[in-house]
Design a protein around this ligand. Structure first.
Ligand code: NAP
Length: 293
């Protein structure tokens, strides 16, 4: 069994980006600039955004955090998005999800200019991804693709089961794995909460991507020997022994599944760090105007 070290790969990507930023600055170009919009005080969102800002600084990007209280109106949030669209110094920006229930999340995402949508959630970027056209691929699926590539994991002709069909992880992941590209060419089964006899699918799988948010869902008796397992799940589970009162649990019962795997990602230290690295990669592409000129 080989552990897929997302933290290590993420640091390598950050080092490459930092080098490129230095060269851009030496060539008299402007510093890449990522902005993040955070609504409310959700603990998870605060941590994710703080990590994104910290990593931006590490690679030499400029970063801006715009905060709104939980009760911000949709109109005011949309105006923030429009201002960021019109701000020529900002190359790309994200609106951290989830948003409060009184705000139409889709409307907000569709207001972001596709050329600045470095999270890759705008329908234009999603559509371009499906059509295999240049686009920003959403950060978590993009990070997983890079992990599979770095570890030379063969995907062509393999059976891939994706568990979870969200717009931000499972659904784009299933499309990427099925594409007629060097990484892809899998026969993909997309499972969700209505899937019957899910175990019949997982037991046939050469590659399983778990993105359902149910701690330790995938057990040893659900997988075959030699399977590749990518665990996207990150659920905060209360723990009296942890300093901050919780531990992060993946969707895979790691201790019992890992011995059957050829490759597996840990939680934490697997997919999570790659999500941030991919967001930075998208921002660099935005700064270089490589996708939308
Ligand atoms: P989500 O929007 O809640 O979607 C969960 C999906 O899982 C849904 O499609 C749901 O099916 C399916 N599902 C739920 N229970 C199931 C079951 N028992 N059997 C089969 N399918 C089931 O979640 P998400 O945003 O995709 O996130 C999934 C997990 O990944 C969460 O733990 C999240 O924190 C984590 N995540 C991690 C990163 C990272 O960077 N590491 C990034 C994003 C998300 P239905 O569609 O039928 O409801």
């Amino acid at each position: 069994m080989q552990l897929i070290d997302g933290k290590k790969i993420s640091i390598q990507i950050q080092e490459q980006i930092a080098l490129e930023v230095k060269q851009m600055l030496l060539a008299g170009k402007k510093q890449p600039h990522l902005a993040a919009v955070l609504v409310g005080n959700d603990g998870g969102s605060e941590t994710y955004v703080a990590n994104k800002i910290k990593t931006c600084e590490k690679v030499g990007f400029k970063s801006t955090l715009i905060r709104h209280p939980e009760y911000v109106t949709e109109e005011k949030l949309l105006q923030t998005v429009i201002d960021l669209n019109n701000n020529n110094d900002v190359d790309g920006f994200i609106v951290q999800l989830p948003l409060p229930r009184h705000i139409n999340e889709q409307k907000v995402l569709e207001t972001i200019l596709p050329s600045k949508d470095v999270d890759g959630f705008h329908p234009i970027n999603v559509g371009r991804m499906v059509l295999n056209l240049p686009c920003y691929v959403s950060a978590t699926p993009y990070g997983i693709v890079q992990l599979l590539e770095k570890y030379n994991i063969q995907t062509s002709g393999k059976n891939c089961v994706v568990i979870g069909r969200s717009h931000i992880v499972g659904s784009p992941m299933s499309i990427l794995m099925a594409k007629n590209t060097s990484l892809g060419n899998c026969t993909v089964t997309l499972c969700h909460s209505k899937t019957e006899n899910l175990i019949n699918h997982t037991k046939q799988a050469d590659i399983i991507i778990c993105a359902l948010g149910s701690p330790e869902f995938l057990k040893a008796d659900m997988v075959k020997e030699g399977v590749v397992v990518i665990d996207v799940g990150t659920t905060r589970v209360e723990s009296t022994s942890a300093k901050n009162g919780f531990v992060l649990k993946g969707d895979v019962k790691f201790d019992e599944v890992a011995p059957k795997c050829s490759f597996i990602t840990p939680v934490p230290g697997g997919v999570g760090p790659m999500t941030i690295a991919s967001l930075l990669k998208n921002t660099l592409l935005a700064a270089k105007k490589e996708i939308y000129s």
